[in-house]
Design a binder for this molecule. Structure first.
Ligand code: FMN
Length: 370
């Protein structure tokens, strides 16, 4: 396939950003922030810069406030040291010719008292994510998985304060040199805990009707527009069909088409649909994707077990503008060049995904070196 006719390598205007190709590196937690303080570091800068040939990189989830942290060694975007750490990463990515958004994260109930100075996690409701584990560092420093703690329901004034935290996190991201922010409203985390009917039993303005369950999403998204100062610098990640982390909705098509319409009204740059997380990959019918296209006027990104072939078909069918490749990007720093050449891909090592040092992060070979 010639370079000019390959759909994956057509340039794309995302707001005022010029992407050289349709390939996105989606957010991937790698749990290598410096301790103490959960500070992004030089090693992470090298990892992201190696992957700067993506049309767009979205950073691993970065928590907006101490109560939003759910996994050991994940980076925050809350303290001045964290913002300074992220600045090294955005500079390295830009120097390598790339573009990078920060994924803003609040885990809500998917946390553990040991990560929260003994406090209970917070959520839309006091409903525990049963059978769901989170990643902690034991007191002896070894990593381990434990059942997420029982959350308490947020009071309305606390919800308003979290919206303010998101606004501030967006300001921090722009101060750190990010090209924009992506709201993590997928995969069962806090915003998702308001949207999905089985996680939200509130009876006030933030629960009950669909409009009420979408209120937190709307307020946070609006806060991100204010914090970045530009709605074209805001994207939102949604996971309509996965049941990850115990979040599911009784009528996902209705709920997520309404969310897409709402986000279109706010005018954000993109919606990033997570179709799969690991093995949880329910079939998402093309008819649903076409309805999302009709509901939302902005850019649509899809992620979940895509190959180059499936990605080209998605772009050709018109329901996707950009395609994200997660696990392939872990193991292939030069993924776009490999997809373009039809070259074989390295496979990732599961044992080094979370935590550790350079091994399994920055030492996967590029094609020329392989
Ligand atoms: C190691 C790892 C960490 C991840 N961390 C995040 C995250 O922080 N935020 C998020 O929205 N999705 C996260 N995901 C999901 C990916 O963004 C992506 O949706 C998923 O891997 C499916 O794409 P793939 O089949 O191409 O890997 C993670 C996935 C992996 C493999």
């Amino acid at each position: 396939m010639s370079a000019t006719s390959d759909a994956l390598f057509q340039p794309y205007a995302l707001g005022d950003l010029e992407l050289p190709n349709r390939i996105v590196m989606p957010p991937m937690t790698r749990s290598r922030a410096s301790q103490p303080g959960d500070v992004p570091n030089e090693l992470m800068a090298e990892y992201y810069a190696q992957r700067a040939s993506a049309g767009l990189i979205v950073s691993e989830g970065t928590w907006i406030s101490p109560l939003g942290k759910g996994y050991a060694w994940t980076p925050g975007i809350h303290s001045p040291a964290q913002v300074a750490g992220w600045r090294k990463i955005t500079q390295a990515v830009h120097a390598a010719g790339g573009r990078i958004f920060a994924q803003l994260w609040h885990v809500g109930r998917l946390s553990h008292t040991s990560l929260l100075d003994g406090h209970a996690p917070v959520s839309s409701s006091a409903i525990q994510a049963e059978g769901v584990n989170v990643f902690i560092a034991e007191s002896n420093g070894t990593p381990g998985f434990v059942q997420a703690s029982k959350p308490r329901a947020l009071k309305v004034e606390e919800i308003h304060a979290i919206v303010d935290d998101y606004r501030q996190a967006a300001r921090n991201a722009m101060a750190a040199g990010f090209d924009g922010v992506e709201l993590h409203a997928a995969n069962g985390y806090l915003v998702n805990q308001f949207i999905d009917s089985n996680a939200n039993d509130r009876t006030d303005a933030y629960g009950g009707s669909l409009e009420n369950r979408l209120r937190f999403l709307a307020e946070v998204t609006q806060a991100l527009v204010e914090g970045t100062g530009d709605r074209r610098r805001v994207g939102v990640r949604l996971a309509p069909l996965t049941t990850l982390n115990g979040c599911s909705d009784a009528d996902p098509e209705t709920t997520y088409l309404a969310a897409a319409k709402l986000l279109g009204t706010i005018g954000v740059a993109y919606i990033h649909i997570a179709e799969a997380d690991w093995d949880d990959a329910p079939h998402m019918p093309v008819a649903f994707k076409q309805k999302l296209r009709a509901a939302f006027p902005g850019t649509l990104i899809y992620a979940g077990k895509y190959t180059a072939e499936r990605a080209r078909a998605a772009l050709g069918e018109g329901w996707a503008d950009l395609i994200a490749f997660g696990r392939p990007f872990v193991a292939n720093p030069d993924l776009p060049a490999r997809l373009r050449a039809g070259a074989p891909l390295n496979t990732h090592d599961r044992a080094t995904l979370f935590g550790g040092g350079a091994h399994g992060l920055t030492d996967y070979p590029a094609l020329a070196a392989a």
